[in-house]
Ligand binder design. Structure first.
Ligand SMILES: *[C@@H]1O[C@H](CO)[C@@H](O)[C@H](O)[C@H]1NC(C)=O
Ligand SMILES: *[C@@H]1O[C@H](CO)[C@@H](O)[C@H](O)[C@H]1NC(C)=O
Ligand SMILES: *[C@@H]1O[C@H](CO)[C@@H](O)[C@H](O)[C@H]1NC(C)=O
Ligand SMILES: *[C@@H]1O[C@H](CO)[C@@H](O)[C@H](O)[C@H]1NC(C)=O
Ligand SMILES: *[C@@H]1O[C@H](CO)[C@@H](O)[C@H](O)[C@H]1NC(C)=O
Ligand SMILES: *[C@@H]1O[C@H](CO)[C@@H](O)[C@H](O)[C@H]1NC(C)=O
Ligand SMILES: *[C@@H]1O[C@H](CO)[C@@H](O)[C@H](O)[C@H]1NC(C)=O
Ligand SMILES: *[C@@H]1O[C@H](CO)[C@@H](O)[C@H](O)[C@H]1NC(C)=O
Length: 461
């Protein structure tokens, strides 16, 4: 850590970060801070609306979306009932109508046909995957644009093919939903990646094997106005659920589970996505519970239960000298248990761009190895990553009300870049202790400009 930095700079950090806090509490009227709202770095209005009720208001008040959300999940619909359907009802399609057998044979063609029928429907359409059945699928792309708003109700189980040759055209994806607008997917069913075959063939599991790609179980690609709710994801081949290039997403009531030693099985991965609210999710896997990477902004994760796994991560960013931009991230109310990291920001040497306006608050840690960590020397490759002049710049990161236990002695670790120190880092009401001995933990702080508020323990020297 730089031993001394200008007091005025420290004050401005405190002021800006105070305004940062208070725009949520809507309580302060200090004119200096108020002015800072408008003159510094930060557009609290935009952030605030996104953080409070924007998902309700933006979606519900969008005239083209409202009844979509109001649609009540009724008892499972298991067959098409065109004849008896009232005139203004939704068109109902089930995969069984298109020949899905759920008998262990491949149901991919039936799912594709059912999707086509749903997606081309001019009236609102509902696609049903019936309850108490297990359907087997090879890689399938469900593509839009579709003619109306869609709802997919997954009540049953969808299981992935375990034949690696089925994935030879594209080893990165199992199920892809692409270019669809106004889609809601829910139902309480299970999406099972059957990933064991991929894990044992991973170079992370067996170092003698070459590193090859493995598929993400479910990818939403370039979708807009999307709700993914009440689903269970099990044993993905690699990541479980990815949002890539999407706009306006709500992901809620999701349960994700894979063994703690399954490689790269991130729970929810967010990339290039604008405005996503992830809430009420339980994620227990072998990699990050939530990972947020470049091009993502206005990310909210609330009421998250995480662990085992690698914690909640922003990054990695800036690999291979790439430019990365991540901003306006809010993690609120999370519990992390037995994870290798808690709240992590990781960047490679040599990148550019930024990670800024990030807030972590109301987080409880149980036996987390690195509860709070910023690592600007991240290097996940065989070759070393030498220090480089450029870096993804990290600024305006707040940690507030973070409590619990650290598995390691160093509970707070800021390893920031020498030439691009982390700036405007605020720690407020931090209480992290050692798990094993219930003793005090340490903070390790390199190249970071920070401020403390309230009770902060451990504190940077
Ligand atoms: C679904 O629709 C697409 C585009 O119209 C077409 O290429 C494809 O053959 C259809 N698939 C099935 C299984 O009907
Ligand atoms: C599913 O199975 C459960 C338990 O066997 C049964 O109670 C329920 O009625 C079944 N539901 C459907 C839609 O078949
Ligand atoms: C499915 O979508 C992915 C992602 O865009 C693409 O890489 C893949 O080639 C597509 N597969 C097919 C069969 O269209
Ligand atoms: C690792 O892979 C090699 C080469 O396929 C194989 O011979 C070996 O049994 C594997 N080791 C384990 C522990 O699976
Ligand atoms: C960086 O680029 C090299 C060469 O193109 C590639 O092999 C490697 O996987 C890349 N690393 C990352 C982290 O993307
Ligand atoms: C804490 O985590 C370590 C390593 O993961 C483990 O060995 C230890 O048993 C855990 N302690 C508790 C109390 O769970
Ligand atoms: C920061 O990271 C570098 C590179 O991994 C490492 O050599 C150094 O020891 C780290 N510093 C601290 C304080 O952990
Ligand atoms: C750990 O220490 C704190 C502060 O001394 C105390 O309040 C707490 O009860 C202790 N917890 C355990 C499990 O001993």
């Amino acid at each position: 850590m730089e031993p001394i930095y200008a007091t005025s700079h420290l004050l401005s950090v405190v002021f800006v970060l105070t305004s940062f806090l208070s725009c949520f509490g809507a309580r302060q009227e200090n004119p200096i801070v108020k002015q800072l709202h408008h003159t510094h770095l930060y557009d609290p209005g935009a952030y605030q609306s996104h953080l409070s009720t924007s998902y309700r208001s933006d979606i519900v008040h969008n005239p083209r979306f409202p009844s979509f959300l109001d649609y009540k999940t009724r008892a499972p619909i298991t067959r098409t009932s065109k004849a008896s359907a009232p005139a203004n009802s939704h068109k109902l399609v089930t995969v069984d109508d298109f020949g899905a057998k759920a008998d262990g044979t491949d149901d991919s063609e039936a799912f594709k046909k059912a999707w086509n029928a749903t997606c081309s429907s001019r009236e609102r359409a509902v696609l049903v995957v019936p309850k108490n059945k297990t359907y087997h699928l090879k890689p399938v792309n469900f593509s839009g644009p579709c003619k109306s708003h869609l709802k997919v109700l997954i009540y049953g189980t969808i299981k992935a093919s375990v034949k690696i040759s089925d994935y030879e055209n594209d080893r990165r994806h199992w199920l892809v939903v692409e270019k669809v607008k106004n889609l809601e997917v829910r139902g309480g069913g299970i999406i099972n990646g059957n990933g064991r075959i991929w894990w044992v063939n991973s170079c992370k599991t067996n170092k003698t094997l070459p590193c090859k790609r493995a598929p993400t179980a479910l990818t939403f690609l370039e979708c807009k106005n999307l709700v993914v709710a009440n689903l269970r994801f099990l044993n993905a081949q690699k990541m479980h659920l990815t949002f890539q290039g999407c706009v306006n997403v709500r992901a809620l009531d999701l349960f994700v589970k894979a063994p703690r030693n399954s490689p790269n099985t991130d729970g929810i991965h967010v990339t290039g996505t604008k405005k996503i609210k992830i809430s009420k999710c339980i994620i227990r896997t072998g990699d990050d519970c939530i990972s947020i990477v470049s091009g993502s902004t206005r990310i909210e994760a609330t009421d998250i239960i995480c662990g085992p796994g690698h914690g909640i991560s922003i990054g990695s960013l800036g690999a291979n000298n790439s430019e990365a931009k991540v901003s306006h991230v809010e993690v609120n109310r999370a519990t992390l248990s037995g994870t290798t990291n808690g709240l992590r920001i990781k960047t490679w040497q040599g990148g550019s761009g930024y990670a800024k306006k990030i807030r972590f608050q109301n987080v409880v840690m149980h036996n987390v190895t690195n509860p709070i960590i910023i690592d600007q020397y991240y290097c996940d490759q065989v070759d070393p990553c030498p220090e480089q002049p450029s870096a993804v710049k990290i600024s305006q990161v707040m940690y507030r009300n973070i409590k619990g236990t650290s598995e390691s002695e160093v509970a707070v670790k800021f390893n920031c870049s020498k030439r691009n120190p982390c700036r405007q880092i605020l720690l407020q009401d931090i209480d992290l202790r050692r798990e094993e001995i219930n003793g005090s933990a340490k903070a390790s702080c390199e190249n970071v400009k920070l401020a403390n508020m309230g009770h902060v323990s451990p504190m940077c020297a």
